[in-house]
Design a binder for this molecule. Structure first.
Ligand code: SF4
Length: 427
């Protein structure tokens, strides 16, 4: 049995959860396309949406378009409502044109959005029809990135969940890493697992369609992101088994995540120690550099990225912060239960949002740092609160040992900036 982190005397596992169902301030699920299109090198994301959706993608990803882009928006106008059959024909024509021009595309995702004219269009049927038309070279799938009911990380979840039913059947025992990590970070995880003697490891999403993993009763999977609830359910339906563990953020989280996998695969404790000792030491040292700024500071999480609970665990246990409130859009205990158990008792644990009530609580608490979406950050900064944009946490490599210092630094930076502003104002 490999070493596991010591839980606090009382963790948050049994803390009553404050459930809120009011007005929400969230970013939409189309955002995921920005990191998914970089990860899946032969995929194309065709958003079926409005001009607003096109603007969102262009402004969020515009600077990254240096070659042929691998996403686009098919704009549906209000007038298209009159003829749904025409809209389907138009979509077929657009897709045919795109695939003819871009033979490198092997997977095409039709991404739904929230305008009412899009909701009325049956994209699942369209994906089936287009798969038949373009098989076997291209597989067409669909998912929703709509901003009506989602938080922005649900876009990735919906995308990965849409792939699970079509993954080939596999029987052999194999580890599946689930979550779209930057290639360099994924390579670090694979190197650690190989050093532990675990050779049969596959990733979802794969970098290319031909490398798609198989799935079946021999599959055991470890999630690298806490927001993959639908994908988790879809994999379970295919007979795969989840390895519950804290998420791999920080030295402790990474070690616990690896240890849960090591236990599943019967890795010898000495081999585990040999594989992890050096990177653990590096991670501890890197985190300690930011801890001087973070220690003793109070942090408040608005619900946004769904990373809130694992990050609160990291910041309280490894960086000495005090969590005042940890709110998350959805609380998936199957996924974040191990992190919740390790989070020391004390903060309000909230699920969902009623933004005005929550703003009142944040103003009353006057935390040193508030993690929130872009829409709330500016007003809170204007009120004198230091903020961290939650969206940065998915755009920046933050997983595993080598990124632990960068992760701590992401939270230390706004505190230092505010301290500098205060000094300058005082001078
Ligand atoms: S999906 Fe909805 S929320 Fe997102 S950009 Fe389009 S219209 Fe806006």
């Amino acid at each position: 049995m490999t070493e596991m982190p010591t839980p606090p005397a009382r963790g948050c596992g049994a803390t009553p959860v404050l459930k809120e169902r009011g007005q929400r301030e969230v970013f939409c699920g189309l955002t995921g396309i920005i990191w998914l299109h970089r990860k899946m090198q032969d995929a194309f994301f065709l958003v079926v949406g409005s001009r607003t959706c096109a603007h969102l993608l262009q402004s969020a990803a515009g600077v990254m378009i240096f070659a042929e882009p691998r996403f686009a928006t098919a704009i549906l106008e209000e007038s298209d409502l009159a003829g749904m059959a025409d809209a389907q024909d138009e979509l077929d024509r657009e897709v045919a044109r795109l695939l003819e021009r871009r033979p490198d595309i092997r997977q095409l995702f039709l991404v739904g959005s929230c305008p009412s004219e899009v909701i009325k269009l049956d994209l699942a049927k369209a994906a089936e029809r287009l798969t038949q038309a373009h098989a076997p070279h291209v597989r067409v799938l669909n998912y929703s990135g709509s901003g009506i009911e989602t938080t922005f990380t649900e876009g990735e979840d919906a995308c990965l969940a849409s792939m699970v039913p079509i993954l080939p059947e596999a029987q052999a025992k194999e580890l599946l890493l689930v979550g779209a990590l930057p290639d360099v970070v994924e390579d670090q995880a694979l190197a650690l697992l190989h050093a532990m003697g675990i050779e049969r490891v596959r990733c979802l999403p794969a970098r290319r369609a031909d490398d798609a993993p198989g799935v079946g009763e021999g599959t055991v999977y470890a999630l690298t992101q806490p927001f993959l609830g639908e994908t988790h359910a879809a994999l379970t339906r295919r007979g795969a088994r989840h390895i519950p563990a804290p998420l791999p953020f920080g030295e402790e989280g990474t070690t616990a995540w690896l240890a849960a996998i090591a236990t599943e695969f019967g890795v010898d404790p000495e081999r585990f120690e040999a594989a992890t000792a050096a990177p653990r030491a590096r991670a501890r040292k890197a985190v300690a550099a930011a801890t001087a700024t973070l220690s003793g500071k109070r942090i408040f999480f608005f619900p946004d990225s769904q990373l809130e609970i694992p990050l609160a665990r990291f910041l309280t246990r490894e960086c000495g912060m005090e969590a005042v409130e940890v709110a998350t859009p959805f609380l998936h205990r199957d996924i974040v239960g191990p992190d919740l158990d390790l989070l020391p008792e004390g903060p309000v644990i909230a699920e969902g949002q009623d933004v005005d009530l929550q703003l009142d609580r944040a103003r009353a608490a006057r935390p040193d740092l508030t993690v929130c979406g872009l829409g709330l950050a500016n007003p809170l900064e204007a009120e004198g609160l230091a903020t961290k944009w939650a969206v940065e946490l998915v755009f920046t490599p933050v997983h595993f040992y080598e990124q632990a210092g960068d992760l701590a630094e992401l939270f230390a930076r706004p505190l230092r900036r505010r301290a500098r502003l205060r000094v300058e104002a005082a001078e």
